[in-house]
Design a protein around this ligand. Structure first.
Ligand code: PLP
Length: 394
């Protein structure tokens, strides 16, 4: 057998600290490596595989569409993208859709939309306020929007027009708002920062502030959208409605797709102002339609709420059992466990050894984001492995 990891070291740019596992197959919440070892997958492609791996409904939709029509340009109409847009609109508080290929691309487009909105309605205001710890993607502008020095510092100078204020601090947003402000961009829950949940009152206050000032509230729901938090969209948890929302990750169940959604009044693009070659292609749209339709028809969101609580309760028990677990937090199936020391990598490696895939979201924290159809039994299995692993660190 070829040594894939050696070949990867030879051919790939070194951008990610990989775990030494080469995955070759997946089914439901399990994956297998090239040596035949089976793992319970609580990473799910970084919160992507909504229906687990190789779900028959998704696989069938992709195969059928691949045999029918894979790609046409947006110069023409195509049916799957219209069906997907209709499903998204009918199940959200937003009326207009733009389809693209990733989270960063959706966020870039949302910022462009906000700038066009500023140009039309806010005396050419263009500045976007975001917050510390946020993660909006890897493009240059999204690095500027993401309030984390470690992503920004290597790429200075950054595009201008972004201000990063403190997380969960309404007064900071208020004081940063000025004549040049066209939008505030926030994640309902900060996933990449280690599952940081803001106060309910905070998001509500920002919402009201944006309305008062006539600026746009953009919610980056790339990670929190499509059921992840136990509601179809994260904004439902906080009793608010954004003017603009971005989606990606779980939307396609595994295929690369992103979306910008906007209220009618905010959807100010005119032909030629934005676009994408692959965005809205029939293949990924058919996959996303099948994924979303399955989630809606089978109350997967209700399931996420129930099993998400079970996972969080289980993590809570581990916190009570092990003094070095300093915090557990989560909403739906996005949760984290935090340790006193920076043992995240060691715990991850021990979990791996024991057949559980997890994500080390911070040096001292792990993140859990299994498929939305994970069962109670699979959660118990994961918690059992974690318990056995943590016992060795006590
Ligand atoms: N926004 C949020 C909230 C994310 O969590 C991520 C990825 O982790 C992104 C944007 C970037 O998405 P992508 O990697 O698809 O560009």
């Amino acid at each position: 057998m070829r040594d894939w990891q050696e070949l990867a070291a030879k051919y790939f740019m070194n951008t990610v600290e990989r775990v030494p596992v080469t995955l070759v197959k997946g089914e439901g919440c399990y994956v297998w490596d090239d040596k035949g070892k089976k793992y319970l997958d609580f990473v799910a492609g970084w919160a992507v595989n909504s229906l687990g791996h190789s779900h028959p409904v998704l696989a069938k939709a992709i195969a059928r569409q691949a045999r029918t029509l894979i790609q046409v340009s947006n110069q023409f109409y195509s049916v799957p993208q219209i069906q997907l847009a209709e499903l998204l609109v009918k199940n959200s508080c937003l009326q207009k859709v733009f389809l693209c290929n990733s989270g960063a691309e959706a966020n870039e487009g949302a910022i462009k939309l906000a700038r066009r909105y500023g140009a039309r309605h806010l005396n050419s205001a263009y500045e976007v306020i975001s917050v510390t710890g946020s993660f909006h993607g890897r493009t240059l502008a999204m690095v500027a929007a993401s309030g984390q020095a470690k992503y920004q510092q290597p790429y200075l100078p950054l595009p201008t027009g972004f201000i990063n204020m403190d997380f969960n601090d309404f007064n900071a947003i208020k004081s940063a708002t000025g004549e040049k402000t066209c939008a505030v961009m926030l994640e309902p829950v900060q996933g990449e920062a280690g599952v940081k949940i803001p106060d309910k009152a905070y998001l509500k206050a920002v919402r009201d502030w944006c309305t008062e000032k006539g600026i746009l509230m953009i919610l980056d729901e790339v990670q929190t959208g499509i059921g992840r938090l136990g509601t179809l969209f994260g904004y439902e948890q906080f009793g608010i409605e954004p003017d603009v929302m971005t989606l990606a990750k779980g939307l396609g169940g595994g295929v690369p797709i992103g979306a910008i959604m906007a209220k009618e009044k905010a959807a100010v693009f005119v032909p030629g102002e934005h676009g994408s070659t692959f965005g809205g292609n029939p293949l990924t749209c058919a996959a996303a339609y099948a994924t979303l339709k399955y989630i809606l028809d089978n109350d997967v969101v209700g399931h996420v709420k129930t099993v998400g609580k079970h996972l969080l309760d289980g993590l809570g028990k581990l916190k009570r059992k092990y003094a070095f677990v300093t915090d557990v937090r989560g909403l739906g199936l996005l949760s984290a466990i935090e340790f006193k020391e920076e043992i995240g990598k060691a715990v991850l490696m021990a979990c791996l050894e024991n057949g559980l895939l997890v994500n080390r979201v911070r040096p001292n924290a792990l993140r859990f984001m299994p498929s939305l159809i994970v069962t109670r039994e699979e959660i118990d299995e994961a918690l059992g492995i974690l318990d056995r692993v943590l016992a060795n660190f006590a």
